[in-house]
Ligand binder design. Structure first.
Ligand SMILES: Nc1nc2c(ncn2[C@@H]2O[C@H](COP(=O)(O)OP(=O)(O)O)[C@@H](O)[C@H]2O)c(=O)[nH]1
Ligand SMILES: [Mg+2]
Length: 442
């Protein structure tokens, strides 16, 4: 689709609601909306930011009474002329308004097209465009706050700062390339090495937020495991608040893993109940146990459920594991140790302690912190990991005292990988930096 098309789509969810908003964006937005809208003033002449009441009509029939808002390029979400038609939120009426706009000359917008145009028109960088999607998809308040921070530009600014440093380093090297007879002197080499090291550290720091980013976006993987009959399925049911998994006194009831989504104190989780681990020759149970082990490999936090009435097993310390001493109602004298929580899944005793312990293990402990957190996504992680590799190569190249062209090659690759995060183009910037900060003509 060319950028010159005018696109339209329903911006609110399908179904009955108070309002439905049809968005129209592109050079023909006002003309097209003007063909279906009957208000006091003609749309193409209306002032930016103006809201008008009127009717949407098609072939002389009134479809809806609406409020229409006009945004003029470049001061709109997409950076193009944009019209928002706010009508009644019935699925039939909203679809009819959209059809009328399409019949008047707009093209149906593909998914994400409004935000894609906002990026192409420089209204936001790529991390902000991604944050729009994250904010909409957020399943917990913590995720929403982190996404709002990214939308506001927090990650974009951090990446731009990295890029600025990388550009300076490249510019520094370019100066040596321009005067090859002099080579990189010892002091210049040391300064460059320090700069590359700092950059490497900053990239590593951003990279270290990838786990938090995944947990906030996809949910923390919480895996419940333990011996048969310990009360694992009872715990899952207690956490999700309804009888999701079958519970019985027959060991081996849960054969397959069962996964459910839930939110605890604003943090999204994916809770997995698993088949108990024990000696067995039943092929179905063996497959269930294989799945249990596979889930444990992926767990962010695991809950080892122990039946306090059964033989106590030796505790194996594990930073990501919490021991749940279940059936405490049958052994009220039992006192939990560190990294242990006493529970009764029948009446929910200990649940608050368990939730607190789980959240403490996620590193996302407080919502306030999530408001400040920079948590990169998988794409950013990929770019940062590439940048880290190139910076490592650049470092080795400097230490070997390679010709500056070779080191510059690695640094430029790092710069490109970093620039990919925000969608920036780097070559012009490098040239600007060189001419701006070095006295090449000297
Ligand atoms: N007294 C008592 N019984 C429990 C408790 N939690 C689970 N049970 C019982 O223990 C049995 C096994 O529970 P289940 O959740 O199926 O265990 P799983 O095999 O680990 O999934 C069932 O009969 C439950 O009702 C508890 O806290 N106290
Ligand atoms: Mg079970």
């Amino acid at each position: 689709m060319s950028g010159l098309d005018t696109i339209a789509a329903l911006a609110t969810p399908a179904g009955a609601g108070a309002l439905a908003v049809v968005r129209v964006s592109g050079p023909g937005a006002l003309q097209i909306a003007g063909r279906v809208f009957r208000g006091r003033r003609s749309l193409p002449e209306s002032a930016p930011g103006c809201v008008q009441r009127g009717r949407v009509e098609q072939d002389g029939a009134v479809l809806d009474e609406v409020l229409l808002t006009v945004f003029r390029a470049p001061r709109s979400y997409t950076g193009e002329d944009l019209v928002e038609i706010s009508g009644h939120g019935g699925s039939v009426v909203a679809a009819a308004v959209l059809r009328a706009v399409l019949a008047a000359g707009a093209h149906p917008a593909p998914p994400g097209e409004f935000t894609r145009r906002a990026f192409l028109n420089g209204k936001m960088d790529l991390t902000q465009a991604e944050a729009v999607m994250d904010l909409i998809a957020a399943r917990g308040e913590a995720s929403a706050r982190a996404a709002a921070g990214q939308l506001e530009g927090r990650l974009g600014r951090a990446v731009e700062a990295l890029r600025g440093d990388a550009i300076t380093a490249v510019a520094h090297l370019e100066a040596f390339i321009d005067f090859p007879e002099e080579g990189i002197d010892a002091e210049g080499g040391r300064a460059l090495l320090e700069r590359v090291d700092r950059l490497h550290g900053a990239v590593a720091h951003l990279l270290s937020t990838a786990d938090e980013g995944r947990m906030l976006r996809e949910g923390v993987r919480l895996v419940i495991h333990g011996e048969p009959n310990a009360g694992k399925s009872s715990l899952l049911n207690l956490l999700v608040g309804y009888d999701r998994a079958m519970v019985s006194e027959i060991p081996g009831t849960t054969r397959d893993t069962i996964e459910e989504s839930l939110t605890l104190r604003g943090i999204p989780f994916r809770v997995v109940d698993t088949a108990g681990l024990r000696e067995s020759s039943d092929p179905l149970e063996l497959e269930g146990m294989r799945r249990t082990r596979a889930e444990l490999e992926l767990a962010d936090v695991s809950l080892r459920v122990v039946d306090v009435t059964a033989q106590a097993e030796a505790a194996r310390p594990n930073a990501r594991e919490i021991r749940v001493l279940n059936k405490i109602d049958l052994r009220p004298e039992w006192v939990p140790g560190a990294d242990e929580v006493a529970m009764c899944c029948l009446d929910g005793r200990g649940l608050e302690d368990l939730v607190a312990a789980v959240i403490a293990r996620t590193d996302l402990s407080t919502l306030d912190r999530c408001g400040e957190v920079i948590a990169v996504n998988e794409r950013h992680r990929h770019c940062l990991a590439a940048a880290q590799n190139y910076l490592g190569e650049a470092r080795r190249s400097l230490q070997r005292a390679d010709p500056p062209e070779l080191t510059a090659l690695e640094l430029r690759s790092a710069l490109a990988a970093i620039g990919e995060i925000t969608g920036a183009v780097e070559t012009e910037d490098v040239l600007d930096k060189i001419f701006g900060s070095f006295c090449i003509g000297k």
